[in-house]
Design a protein around this ligand. Structure first.
Ligand SMILES: NC(=O)c1ccc[n+]([C@@H]2O[C@H](COP(=O)([O-])OP(=O)(O)OC[C@H]3O[C@@H](n4cnc5c(N)ncnc54)[C@H](O)[C@@H]3O)[C@@H](O)[C@H]2O)c1
Length: 287
């Protein structure tokens, strides 16, 4: 609504009173924003939608491991996907429910859609957190920071420091001129950011909402923007059959290309570890 991306937005929740209240609250802002038609509806209303964002899932409620809600979320995501596909929906699915990499795989399997059209929000949010933290530490704008967090959106995520550039300089070069730049501390803060917010307000919302909007924008505007999002691995780094984040080119057809960045040996090993953790988590909910 704030970015005028869509003319119509339908909210669907098993708690229909909540969906109606959220829609009414949004409509209060609508005339002051970029007006759209926003209402609480049904899966039939979503039949001709271009994008379905799956945000229903088990909340972690302070547990410091998103994988702990995998079984609960899998039931919810399967239920949503089955009803969405039964309505005749044939657009792009964007999954935010956690653990988002495993839930994206669940959504793919339920949907029968090509993997290019089932996307997880993945590590776009973590990458935004990293860029913001670094921008503060280096006194530069976040837009000046070219950085990637890859792998699981969760505890095994890989902060690809070897790919990081600020104005063309590597982090090692910046460490020579900036005081107190500590990779371990940065990693800890990025990994723990959501848990710290949840400890204070019970959930996270603005960061993930903006990451969702950014992905939708790249799709709706057919930007071919390269963003780290969760996608099905088909042999990249010898990883297959799991969803995790790599940089992906996004346009009107969804994921158009999965890029394989040049990583250090340690980062490749960490990415493979992330894949193993996600494969095991997916196997647990299938058994
Ligand atoms: N990917 C990310 O970066 C990210 C960030 C924040 C939250 N999340 C995840 O998003 C999910 C939702 O988080 P939240 O804080 O909004 O939780 P929440 O409990 O406030 O909201 C979940 C909503 O889903 C609804 N719901 C439950 N089962 C449903 C079903 N079968 N069909 C339709 N609706 C159903 C509930 O009524 C509730 O309103 C969680 O899994 C959370 O971990 C992901």
């Amino acid at each position: 609504m704030l970015r005028a991306l869509f003319r119509e937005i339908v909210l669907i929740d098993s708690n229909s009173a909540l969906a109606s209240a959220e829609a009414a609250d949004l409509m209060d802002a609508n005339a002051l924003a970029r007006p759209a038609r926003i209402w609480a509806g049904t899966y039939d209303d979503a039949q001709c939608a271009s994008i379905a964002v799956i945000t229903a899932g088990g909340a972690t409620l302070g547990l410091e491991d998103r994988l702990s809600v995998a079984s609960k979320s899998a039931k919810i995501v399967s239920d949503c996907m089955e009803q969405l596909i039964a309505s005749g929906f044939d657009g792009i699915v964007l999954v935010a429910a956690n653990p988002v990499d495993v839930m994206s795989l669940v959504a793919l399997r339920c949907s029968g859609l090509p993997s290019s059209r089932v996307i997880g929000t993945g590590t776009l949010l973590d990458t935004s957190r990293l860029r913001n933290d670094l921008a503060f530490a280096l006194s530069v704008a976040p837009t000046a920071i070219d950085a990637l967090v890859l792998g699981e959106h969760g505890n095994s995520e890989v902060i690809a420091f070897s790919t990081l550039r600020v104005g063309g300089l590597s982090l090692d070069r910046w460490a020579e001129i900036a005081d107190g730049l500590d990779e371990a501390d940065l990693s800890r803060r990025v990994r723990g950011a959501a848990y710290a917010i949840i400890a204070g307000k019970g959930y996270t919302s603005f960061g993930i909402a903006t990451a969702i909007v950014r992905i939708c924008e790249a799709i709706v505007r057919d930007e071919h923007a390269v963003l780290p999002v969760s996608t099905l691995m088909t042999g990249q780094f010898d990883i297959e059959d799991v969803y995790l984040s790599l940089p992906c080119a996004l346009g009107s057809r969804g994921i158009e290309r999965v890029l394989v960045p040049e990583l250090s040996n340690e980062e490749v090993a960490a990415l493979k570890n992330s894949a193993t953790i996600l494969r095991n988590a997916a196997a647990l909910i299938r058994s």
